[in-house]
Design a protein around this ligand. Structure first.
Ligand code: SF4
Length: 439
């Protein structure tokens, strides 16, 4: 690296979807000859990719911008919070430029303006698979932007726009280059994976001499040919999702579905205006498990949504008992500026929200522990994330990185990070498994 290489600092906040945005911007910057600075001091300019989903994320983003301004002084802001520039300018009038979510071109233009690129960009030094912020052995694959739903607690559609799917051949080429670069696990993300391609009228395209439609089932089929782990996130319980479950039973895709159910009471789901709210979700889960018994179901929920009565909350607990979900995250409803749910009355008192969250998580924890216990004694393939001395941390088919549990492996001396390993499950607690390698 020459001393004159322009250096960009990068702070990436928010969800995996924002991470994918960051990766794309970084890839392009590297392609243009910029270096990525390891800290504020070394950077000529800092890009902050923000999150604006809930108020806590807004605060975190505003703090990050403040820190970058204090430490470096030259700051460009992008990401979800960038869709509301007045919130940023109110606290940080000195930022150089604010761009909205997935406005890659605008971010790059702003960087060019404040830190011109070198004249001889080493474009061919950038690996074909791009620059990834996630560890080498797994990568997120974003298949679309935006969302056509109108959930009453969410402002993402107004920030990120309507559903805009990437054509299937483009997505498959990216997935293939990731696999070639050594990625062992692809995590498919979007705001609504089951709706993939609807905006393109399921346009058809060729990949390796086979024609595929830009739709969820074809995407699943084609990714299943790559011979690596493929994990599906943000899938809604529509009937057409049933068609993908046999691919999981055949081992083409990980037997894992992340379905943000959000609630189990029909009346609350209606107030939330959730997609697929009219579906009989318990029946759907029964069908899925009858096709693929080893399926891991992950979901997130909101407790204390405006208007939630004790009876509706108990319906949710009963629903959870029936659904027996493996992995569950839950949040107390928190008003997001601009969300229509804020006007639903009455709001649930914070202490009631707190109490319901604790009851809900206790139930979810018991289910998680009981389901993990059934795996003790079995043999499984895991993907090793890290190895330290004789211990390794890995993930099983049922564990997405960062949000699910872990497999803690002892006597792991011969294992390598980023590789698959066969292990015997020797124990389980509420969320994690214990294992030893099979020689
Ligand atoms: S599906 Fe609902 S919660 Fe998800 S992004 Fe779309 S509107 Fe928001």
């Amino acid at each position: 690296m020459s001393r004159k290489d322009p250096k960009v600092g990068f702070v990436s906040l928010g969800c995996p979807k924002a991470l994918v945005d960051s990766e794309r911007i970084l890839t392009q910057l590297r392609a243009e000859g910029y270096q990525i600075a390891p800290d504020y001091d070394a950077a000529d300019v800092v890009v902050v990719n923000t999150c604006g989903f809930i108020d806590a994320a807004v605060d975190e983003s505003l703090d990050a911008i403040g820190e970058a301004l204090a430490q470096n002084g030259k700051v460009i802001v992008t990401g979800c919070l960038g869709a509301r520039p007045e919130r940023i300018l109110e606290r940080h009038p000195r930022v150089l430029k604010i761009t909205g979510p997935h406005a890659y071109e605008d971010v790059l233009t702003a960087v060019h303006q404040h830190l011109p690129p070198k004249h001889d960009p080493f474009t061919d030094l950038v690996p074909a698979q791009g620059v990834r912020l996630t560890p080498r052995h797994y990568a997120y694959l974003k298949i679309s932007e935006g969302c056509n739903n109108k959930c009453s607690f969410c402002i993402i559609p107004s920030m990120r726009g309507r559903l805009a799917s990437r054509p299937i051949d483009q997505v498959l080429r990216e997935a293939e280059s990731l696999a070639r670069a050594g990625v062992r696990e692809i995590l498919v993300i979007s705001q609504d994976t089951s709706a993939y391609g609807a905006d393109l009228r399921y346009r058809r395209a060729k990949w390796h001499d086979t024609e595929y439609a830009t739709r969820f089932l074809d995407l699943a089929r084609a990714l299943g040919e790559l011979g690596i782990w493929v994990r599906m996130h943000y899938v809604y319980p529509y009937p057409h999702v049933d068609e993908v479950i046999p691919l999981m039973a055949e081992g083409k895709l990980l037997p894992y579905l992340d379905v943000p159910f959000q609630h189990g009471s029909a009346s609350v789901l209606k107030r939330m205006r959730r997609p697929a709210q009219a579906e009989d979700t318990l029946e759907r889960i029964r069908t899925w498990r009858s096709i693929c018994p080893q399926l891991t179901l992950r979901s997130t929920f909101i407790v204390g949504f405006p208007g939630e009565t004790e009876a509706e909350f108990e319906e949710l607990l009963d629903w959870l008992d029936e659904a027996q979900l493996d992995r569950v995250g839950a949040f107390k409803y928190s008003p997001v500026e601009g969300a229509t749910a804020n006007s639903i009355a009455p709001h649930v008192a914070p202490e009631v929200q707190e109490e319901r969250l604790a009851r809900f998580m206790e139930r979810a924890q018991q289910i998680s522990a009981a389901r993990l216990a059934t795996r003790i004694g079995g043999e499984e393939t895991v993907l090793v994330d890290t190895v330290e001395g004789t211990r390794a941390i890995a993930r099983s088919r049922g564990d997405a990185p960062e949000i699910d549990g872990l497999v803690r492996i002892s006597r792991a001396g011969k294992l390598r990070a980023g590789e698959f390993a066969r292990v015997q499950i020797t124990g389980a607690d509420d969320y994690d498994l214990k294992a030893t390698p099979i020689a």
